[in-house]
Design a protein around this ligand. Structure first.
Ligand code: CA
Length: 146
């Protein structure tokens, strides 16, 4: 079953999102803070995707995104920004988020975006091998041109 981590401090939003995701066939892990989310991940809780609200008490969603990515985590990340904070969206994408959604959002759009990531279908090892092959290919080409 696909599993998603929902990080949101507003309980009503978090519960509403969790309920809808469960109805759409997702397994949901909820965290009211970035610190709690990291605790869950460090305790071996595997998630295929994460939905990160930016405005959180303590560590914010952007720092959390950066921290998760730095851990080389195989996880699809969608950040949730408040309306109009374009710089946050750009920053989020530049530090490893795969997509973003603006608050207030429709749960159907959120689910569609999560499904669109298809991160869990990716063969990460295969991708890494392809990247390595391309790198070596580039080196060969560079040597020939030298
Ligand atoms: Ca919030």
């Amino acid at each position: 079953m696909k599993r998603v981590l929902v990080v949101e401090d507003e309980a009503s939003i978090r519960e509403m999102v969790a309920l809808n995701l469960k109805m759409a066939g997702w397994e949901v892990v909820e965290a009211p803070s970035a610190e709690r989310a990291l605790e869950l991940m460090h305790s071996g809780e595997h998630c295929d995707a994460a939905l990160l609200d930016i405005m959180l008490p303590g560590m914010d969603g952007l720092s959390l995104c950066e921290t998760i990515r730095r851990g080389d985590s195989d996880i699809g990340i969608i950040i949730v920004s408040a309306k109009g904070q374009e710089s946050d969206k750009i920053r989020g994408l530049s530090i490893g988020a795969d997509d973003y959604i603006t608050k207030p959002f429709s749960v159907s759009e959120l689910i569609a975006r999560l499904e669109a990531l298809r991160w869990w279908d990716w063969d990460r090892e295969k991708i890494k091998r392809s990247i390595d092959a391309i790198r070596h290919g580039d080196i060969d080409t560079l040597e020939k041109n030298a």
